[in-house]
Design a protein around this ligand. Structure first.
Ligand SMILES: Nc1ncnc2c1ncn2[C@@H]1O[C@H](COP(=O)(O)OP(=O)(O)OP(=O)(O)O)[C@@H](O)[C@H]1O
Ligand SMILES: [Mg+2]
Length: 247
């Protein structure tokens, strides 16, 4: 049984489908990449999974239980965490306090006390390479660092399923390499299943076991990275959107 199952899931805005009857599954321990041109519906798909928005049609199952339309709060308690495309850290808190928040709230077992949360937050900051910034004010982090802080916060909640929305956009080559390793570690050592929206094809091809390509809200192709990236319809979707597939 897949950990996550979407069945004919859809979301429309003003009658226009942003996500259009998407059916897909993610197995426990898998890294599943979701790619597609701007506006393809990738972020909307993740927001439906974690309950930031309710689907207009279809069902979502987690570990066999139906979770369609549950709130984000409930989904966190069920072990789902998300790093959104635009970071929204708590501006008055330090880096460590931001990371620790994930361990205090939203855990299935009811959350840690402050000392425990700070310990887990420190561990997760170390995993994302921000441990030397833990006493900094969060406003001193650049956009990339804020994204990795959000990742640390998500991981502090000990998720089973982690949804990542373009955390690698704009990184240079060495940052990219280390963040690819980071996601691998999250899966291999923390045992987290990852559904990962990404534009950076180099990262996707290096890391994902499977790719789903969305275009106009629909699944255009699905399969192993090397195969999917050679698919003519996929190439056209990218070229049509003004970007080549340069993996
Ligand atoms: N809250 C909203 N209200 C109205 N339209 C929306 C809303 N959210 C998304 N859309 C529309 O839904 C479509 C899919 O948007 P979405 O943000 O999911 O795409 P995306 O694949 O994540 O794009 P990008 O690669 O640019 O992040 C777009 O046409 C977008 O304008
Ligand atoms: Mg998006």
């Amino acid at each position: 049984m897949p950990l996550l199952e979407l069945n004919g899931i859809g979301k429309s805005f003003g009658g226009l489908p942003a996500v259009d009857r998407v059916t897909l599954g993610a197995d426990e321990g898998e890294i599943l990449a979701v790619v597609g041109p701007n506006g393809a519906g990738k972020s909307t798909l993740l927001s439906l999974i974690i309950g930031l928005q309710a689907p207009t049609r279809g069902t979502i199952h987690l570990n066999g239980d139906e979770v369609t339309g549950l709130s984000t709060h409930r989904m966190r308690k069920l072990g789902v965490a998300m790093v959104q495309q635009t970071p929204r850290p708590f501006p008055t808190m330090t880096v460590l306090e931001n990371a620790a928040v994930g361990a205090m709230f939203g855990l299935a077992e009811g959350g840690h006390d402050e000392a425990g949360a700070l310990r887990i937050g420190t561990e997760m900051l170390s995993l994302v390479g921000l441990d030397n910034r833990r006493h900094d004010h969060v406003g001193n982090l650049n956009l990339h660092e804020q994204r990795f802080l959000e990742l640390a916060r998500a991981l502090s909640g000990r998720p089973r399923l982690l949804l990542l929305d373009e955390v690698m956009a704009g990184l240079n080559d060495s940052e990219l390499q280390s963040s690819i390793e980071m996601v691998r570690t999250i899966r291999d050592e923390l045992g987290v299943t990852v559904v990962w929206v990404e534009h950076v094809m180099q990262a996707v091809v290096n890391l994902a076991e499977r790719i789903v390509v969305l275009d106009f809200g629909q699944v255009l192709a699905e399969g192993q990275p090397a195969t999917v990236m050679r698919d003519q319809a996929v190439i056209e979707a990218y070229l049509g959107a003004g970007g080549a597939v340069d993996a």
